[in-house]
Ligand binder design. Sequence first.
Ligand SMILES: [Zn+2]
Length: 405
Amino acid sequence: MARTRGLTGATQDVVRRHNLAAVLSGVHLRGQASRAELTAALGLNRSTIGALTGDLVAAGLVVEAVPELPGRSAGRPSLLVVPRDDVYVLAVHLGVEGVVAARVALGGRVLDRVLARHEDGGTSPDAVVARIADAVLALDRRGGPGRRCAGIAVAVCGIVRQSDGMVRMAPNLGWTDVPLGRRLAEIAGPDVPVALRNEADLGALAEHLRGAAVGVDDVIFVFGEVGIGGGVLAGGRPVSGRGGYAGEVGHLMVNPAGRTCRCGKVGCWETEVSIDALVSVLGPTGADRTESVRRVLAAAADGVEPARAAVEEFAHWLAVGVGQLVTVFNPEMIILGGMLPAVFAQVRDDVGRKLRAVALPAALEQVRLAVPALGGDAPLLGAAELAFAPLLADPLGVIDAATAT
Ligand SMILES: [Zn+2]
């Protein structure tokens, strides 16, 4: 028998780290998994899976448990690999109306959350940084002794430079070039990585990993509240562009004769598909946009003007923008998030008809319009996945680095 040359030590280490990442990612995405499931899913043999899970147990990331099976079963059951929920991240959604922060455990379970509305102190950078810091520190303290925070990530209602978390523009907060990433990193300290992305980019990520777009690799998440953000995945990978600004579909120009946008240009998609413009037909309304949208939709359904015409107009421009996305990206799914699902439920047929006049037929045949399976939490849960990414990519590397400091 010919001897095969053994792997060198360095190569073995690379393979082991790659496999540890695959096992921990598999357990994280499933919530928990049996050794048998991991063996089948990852194409590794049973003894390798046993050794890898042993490493992850020793690193304090997972525990192994004997599954409780109904009735008696023949043979020894496959051990369950369960993520430890004292290993967690702090996820934040910095939205137009406030800050939502959550402590999310390895495995994806939301352990607890806090909400702080902007109305209690404005949206100056100092006020918002303090609001985020208070929220994540309060959540972190609830972690108990022995806790490990693997990272902090923020979904931002604005355009974020990926390299350093500079918020280049967040019109709804009144921000231009706010170094939010640097300021939060100063608060977090050197051992806890901080990452920021646009809220729609993270909504797309969460829906792809855990929501409506599981198994769908070509997907666009459109997040419509006051403005419109977009996140694009192509071939399962985020389309971020050179600086991280790709997917800003709200600033596609759709109407050269339209209104001036908060970005300074004229006729952007978000000036036409605007929740605030839609609810303005009611006259002055309270702060509760959700309730205002419900009232406009109810009036439109009864044929009451000007609500009926406003909703029809909204559907027209929604179709115009979605049609451009269909033609440019040929996605399999477009998810309409934020406050769009309520409107879409009422105008679905209208949008479908108009799309046929707008989008390239070959691409239109292949797309499904959907709403988020994760509801309003999609950006928050996407932030959690972003915060977990370094740990999942190299579980032992992150642990080694943390214990070395
Ligand atoms: Zn614009």
